[in-house]
Design a protein around this ligand. Structure first.
Ligand code: SAH
Length: 367
C-alpha cells in the first residue's frame, strides 16, 4: 500500500489528524517518511540551505563557537551539539575554522542529533576526517554532563506545527478551533476544522498576539519547539550553555498559514505527494523568545541573518578567500549575495540565541 493510501486509511479508521501529526508522519515515518528515505539537500535535491550555498557560512559560525567557548570560561571538555545536521557540511566548515583555536578544538566533543538514518550515513562520510571526536545522540537528554553549545540551522522549521483558526473573536480564547487533516467526499486529503473549540490547555499555548485575531485568522504553534526549549532550559539550569537557531520566519507573530511543501526547489501542494515532498513552516521568533524567557533562559532577541553574518565578518572572509583564489571571486560574490541580500536569504532568515543565565552578550546578536 502506498504511503498516501496508508494515510488515507488511517484517517478513515481513526478520524482526522492534526497538522502536526500529518507533518510528523510525512517527514519522519521510518518506512516512507521524507527524511529517513533520502538525502533531500543540494542543487539536485528539493531545497538548498545556507551551508550548502557557501563554506563561508559554517566558517564564520566556527568563529562564533570559539567566542562562545571563551564567553563560557573556556570549559574543557565541552560538547558542541548540532540539531538536524543535514549532510554535515556546516559542521565540517565549523571545525575547519575552530582549528584557529587549538585549545578550543582539543576541548570539543561533537554530538550530532539526526532523525534520518540516511542522512546520518552522509554525515559520517562528510566528517570521517574530522579533527574532533564525533558521535551521534538521539536527543539532548543523551548528551554527557558538560558545558554545551547547541546549533541548529533550518531545524526548527521542520518540527511539526499545529494550526488554529479564530472562528468567533467575541468568544476570545474560546473562539479558537484546530485545523485538521481530513478526507473529502472522494476520500482525498483535505483540511477541516475541529468540531469543537480547542480545550483550555491548548488555548494558553497560543502566542500573545492571539487577542488581535479577526474571524478566520490562523495561528501556528510549534509545540515541539516548546518541548525542545523546556529541555534546553532544564539542562542550562545546571550547566553553562548557549543555543543558536537560524531559520526563516518573522520577528513578530504574524497570522497566516505558512505550511509549505517543496519538491525540486518548487512549491507544490501540501497534499500532493506525502512522504516525497519537504514540509516546513516558518518560525515565529517572537513566540519562541517569549516561551524561552518564561522557561528561565536568557534570550538575545533575534536579528536578521544579514546582520548576524556581517557582524561575524563574512564580507572579510569573502575578501580573504577571493585574494587566495582570484578565479573564484565571482562565485564567492554570488554566494555572499545569496546569503546576505534582502531579496535572498538576508532578511527572510533570522538568528536567535538562548543561553544559561550569567553569560556575556552574544557575538553577532549584540551591537
Ligand atoms: N542543518 C542542515 C539540514 C537542514 S534540513 C542544513 O542547514 O543544511 C533538516 C534536518 O533536520 C535534516 O537533517 C533532517 O533529517 C533533520 N530532522 C528533521 N526532523 C528532525 C527531528 N525531529 N529530530 C532530529 N533531526 C530532525
Amino acid at each position: 500500500m502506498s504511503f498516501k493510501a496508508r494515510l488515507i486509511s488511517r484517517i478513515k479508521d481513526g478520524g482526522p489528524i492534526t497538522v502536526a501529526e500529518y507533518m510528523a508522519l510525512c517527514l519522519l515515518d521510518p518506512v516512507d517518511g521524507y527524511y529517513p528515505t533520502r538525502d533531500p539537500l543540494g542543487s539536485d535535491g528539493d531545497f538548498i540551505t545556507a551551508p550548502e550555498i557557501s563554506q563561508m557560512f559554517g566558517e564564520v559560525l566556527g568563529l562564533w563557537v570559539i567566542q562562545s567557548w571563551q564567553d563560557m570560561g573556556r570549559p574543557d571538555p565541552f560538547t558542541l551539539a548540532e540539531l538536524g545536521p543535514g549532510r554535515g557540511i556546516m559542521m565540517a566548515d565549523i571545525l575547519r575554522a575552530v582549528q584557529l583555536a587549538p585549545d578550543c578544538l582539543a576541548a570539543m566533543r561533537v554530538s550530532l542529533i539526526e532523525a534520518s538514518a540516511a542522512l546520518e550515513a552522509v554525515q559520517a562520510r562528510t566528517l570521517a576526517e574530522a579533527p574532533a571526536p564525533v558521535s551521534w545522540a538521539k536527543d539532548l537528554s543523551e548528551l554527557p554532563d558538560m558545558p554545551l553549545i547547541i546549533i541548529g540551522n533550518e531545524y526548527l522549521d521542520c518540527l511539526p506545527i499545529r494550526q488554529f483558526i479564530q472562528n468567533d473573536p467575541f468568544a476570545g480564547a474560546a473562539g479558537w478551533y484546530e485545523r485538521l487533516v481530513s478526507l473529502d467526499e472522494e476520500d482525498r486529503l483535505t483540511f477541516a476544522r475541529s468540531p469543537a473549540p480547542i480545550p483550555e490547555p491548548l488555548q494558553v499555548m497560543l502566542p500573545a498576539g492571539h487577542e488581535d485575531a479577526r474571524k478566520d485568522d490562523l495561528l501556528e504553534v510549534n509545540l515541539s519547539a516548546h518541548l525542545l526549549i523546556n529541555q534546553i532550559a532544564d539542562i542550562f539550569k545546571t550547566r553553562k550553555g548557549r543555543a543558536l537557531f537560524i531559520d526563516y520566519g518573522p520577528e513578530t507573530t504574524e497570522f497566516g498559514d505558512t505550511l509549505q511543501a517543496l519538491k525540486r526547489h518548487e512549491k507544490v501542494g501540501v497534499f500532493s505527494d506525502p512522504g516525497n515532498t519537504d514540509l516546513t513552516a516558518r518560525v515565529d521568533f517572537e513566540a519562541l523568545a517569549g516561551f524561552a524567557e518564561t522557561a528561565g533562559l536568557a534570550v538575545s532577541p533575534s536579528v536578521t541573518q544579514q546582520t548576524f553574518l556581517s557582524r561575524l565578518g563574512i564580507e572579510m572572509r569573502a575578501a580573504t578567500l577571493a585574494r587566495a583564489q582570484p578565479e573564484a571571486k565571482e562565485k564567492l560574490a554570488r554566494q555572499l549575495h545569496r546569503l546576505m541580500d534582502s531579496e535572498q536569504m538576508g532578511t527572510l532568515f533570522r538568528v536567535v540565541c538562548l543561553q544559561s543565565k550569567g553569560l556575556p552578550g552574544v557575538l553577532g546578536l549584540q551591537n
